[in-house]
Write a protein that binds this ligand. Structure first.
Ligand code: PEP
Ligand code: MN
Length: 339
């Protein structure tokens, strides 16, 4: 249920409402709107009619049901798009198109610092790089782990770019959160509910990737897991789904972008690197994602893709990335975005 407060309702009225929601066994989530606050009361659906009685409380305008199974992520709760702040200089979901770029895996100090400087100079606003890698094969490179996080922090220092990096299990959430500016939940973990809950207890923004066989509703339910723990800073990432097509690594579902824009207030970004699996197709799908309304892009960049520890075939060399960024300006402008 959503408890819509009157415009300008007093703080004491709001506190009473919060108290009553808790007494009834629900969890309140305050969502600050432009003119009024709304309070989502989330919990067992069966007894929700009890909440209806709160309509008579002071300062309450109305009590309305949330029809979607995802509540806090839903547009029903918050009509305005969310803008999620990652650092002093970077926010995702506003007019500026945010490009996050870097290698699939952190491989060494020189590699990550050089790449950070190159992508920054080409216009990227965030650095990406995996320190903990969720590999399909146990024999593949698993990442530099904490050493990788330290190198990412050095690259941030050198470039000024905040970074996003993946966290693959609940035990390392605090460690990864201590170093990083944004936590990434990968496609393989998109329904790891213990992990989603744990990142929901941090105060770091979370980049949630779509699982490879997830419907849009399931994707939003995963976002809901994070938000229901208190962390409202979720950014959704369309990274391709598995279909019958084998010419590309995945099928980048660009129609998910306008669908998500309609269903949720959360920002949506696209990852054409994992979406296609082939560097030849990355720029075209990056432009298309911006045309479809994406708030940002995640792009893999490697200076020596032939020798990359992971995902070389889909990584752009820095020079190709810079060319793509030049052309991207035109698409960004057409989509009423700055870059
Ligand atoms: C990655 O970003 O390197 C990654 C592993 O992505 P995904 O989870 O989308 O496969
Ligand atoms: Mn990768």
């Amino acid at each position: 249920m959503i408890i819509v407060m009157k415009a300008g309702a007093a703080k004491k009225d709001k506190d009473e409402v919060l108290k009553r929601i808790r007494e009834l066994g629900y969890k309140p989530h305050v969502i600050h709107g432009a003119t009024r606050d709304v309070i989502g009361a989330v919990g067992d659906e069966r007894g929700k009619h009890i909440l209806q009685s709160m309509e008579s409380m002071h300062g309450v305008e109305s009590v309305v049901p949330i029809l979607q199974p995802y509540k806090l992520a839903s547009k029903e709760v918050k009509k305005e798009r969310s803008i999620i702040r990652v650092s002093d200089s970077v926010a995702i979901g506003g007019k500026e198109l945010i490009v996050m770029a870097g290698p699939c895996s952190v491989e060494g100090e020189e590699q990550i610092i050089e790449t950070a400087l190159a992508v920054r100079d080409a216009g990227a606003r965030m650095l990406r790089g995996g320190a903990f890698k969720p590999r399909t094969s146990p024999y593949s490179f698993q990442g530099l782990e904490e050493e990788g996080l330290k190198l990412l922090a050095k690259a941030r220092e050198a470039s000024g770019l905040p970074f996003v990096t993946e966290v693959i299990n609940p035990e390392t959430v605090e460690l990864v959160a201590d170093y990083s500016d944004m936590l990434q939940i990968g496609a393989r973990n998109a329904q790891n509910f213990a992990l989603l809950k744990k990142v929901g207890q941090t105060n770091k923004p979370v980049l949630l990737k779509r699982g490879m066989s997830m419907t849009i509703q399931e994707f939003l339910m995963s976002a809901e897991y994070i938000m229901s723990e208190g962390n409202q800073s979720v950014i959704l990432c369309e990274r391709g789904i598995r279909t019958f097509e084998t010419a590309t690594r995945n099928t980048l579902d660009l129609s998910a972008i306008p669908v998500l824009m309609e269903k949720t207030h959360l920002p949506v970004v696209a990852d054409p690197s994992h979406g296609t699996g082939n560097y030849h197709y990355v720029a075209a799908m990056a432009f298309a994602a911006v045309a479809a309304g994406a708030d940002g892009l995640m792009i893999e960049v490697h200076s020596d893709p032939e020798h990359a520890s992971s995902d070389g075939p889909q990584s752009l060399k820095p020079s190709k990335f810079a060319k793509m960024m030049e052309k991207l300006k035109l698409f960004a402008e057409a989509a009423d975005r700055t870059l």
